[in-house]
Design a protein around this ligand. Structure first.
Ligand code: ZN
Length: 275
């Protein structure tokens, strides 16, 4: 299996990124990803003022998917996310949902043993996920730092981008130009203190395309749901966008009137906050 090393990374998704490698449709390959600090934190004595904050959220790639053309949908099957060793979790003053109460930086490095993160006397079952995964955005959508989510993917930070899930992204450039990083050994939806358990990973993927079909926002397919992952300046905007697209998918997919799709969504669709 082809292994794409983690030493070639991007910090922003642009329409004109240069690919560092290529893969074929239906080929399985491994992507080595760095943690969101580019492994600068080795232990709990790390001096945070000395970190290079210019290399946060590196995404390995971009990877050219042979055959992917603008106007297609890229289908990414997540076969495996292998994490080992130790992960980093920390608080920053002013950050997260309780930013007003978070007054100091605190860093913990948690070992992974037997698929559990060891947090003092607690053993937390790990559930590895990919934080940043995306493709070249549309030219008119501009450049997106790897720290933000948008229509091209990016830092979606959702627990559903995990082993066994399939992610669908719109192709906006020849070869799609896939890049990924920022895996978490475990994270709760909302990621309320600003980090998950940040860890390098070996991610096994398989890609395919759906010709001549477009989507506005990334879709995630898990065993029991199909999700629209929409983002916005605030949570209300994201909820509006996700709901609007979900109702459209139901309307078009089931050949319903819009009102019927809206009713169906109200009875069967769940709203969920990722980040
Ligand atoms: Zn992260």
């Amino acid at each position: 299996m082809k292994v794409i090393k983690g030493d070639k990374v991007i910090y922003k998704f642009t329409n004109e990124m240069k690919a560092i490698d290529s893969v074929n449709l239906k080929e399985r390959f491994i992507v080595e990803t760095n943690d969101c600090f580019f492994q600068q934190i080795k232990d709990e004595n790390a001096v945070l003022d000395e970190l290079n904050y210019d290399c946060l959220n590196p995404a390995t790639g971009p990877i050219f998917v042979n055959g992917a053309k603008p106007g297609d949908i890229l289908k990414i099957k997540i076969i495996d996310i292998e994490v080992e060793g130790k992960g980093v979790v920390m608080t920053f003053p002013g950050e997260g949902v309780l930013g007003d109460q978070a007054t100091k930086t605190k860093l913990r490095v948690l070992p992974i043993e037997d698929n559990h993160a060891i947090f003092d006397r607690l053993r937390i079952p790990i559930n590895p996920m990919i934080g940043v995964i995306g493709v070249a955005p549309k030219k008119e959508d501009g450049e997106w730092p790897t720290a933000t989510p948008w229509k091209h993917g990016g830092n979606m930070d959702t627990t559903d981008i995990k082993i066994g899930s399939t992610l669908y992204l719109p192709v906006n450039q020849d070869g799609a130009l896939l890049a990924l990083g920022d895996c978490h050994a475990v994270m709760g939806d909302g990621e309320i203190c600003f980090t998950g358990l940040e860890i390098p990973a070996k991610v096994t993927l398989e890609v395919d395309i759906i010709k001549n079909k477009t989507i506005k926002w990334p879709l995630i397919e898990t065993e029991d749901a199909i999700m629209v992952n929409a983002s916005g300046d605030d949570v209300d905007q994201a909820i509006y966008e996700a709901s609007s697209q979900a109702v459209n998918h139901l309307k078009d997919g089931l050949n319903f009137e819009w009102e019927e799709a809206y009713m169906l969504a109200s009875m069967t669709m769940n709203l969920k906050i990722s980040q």
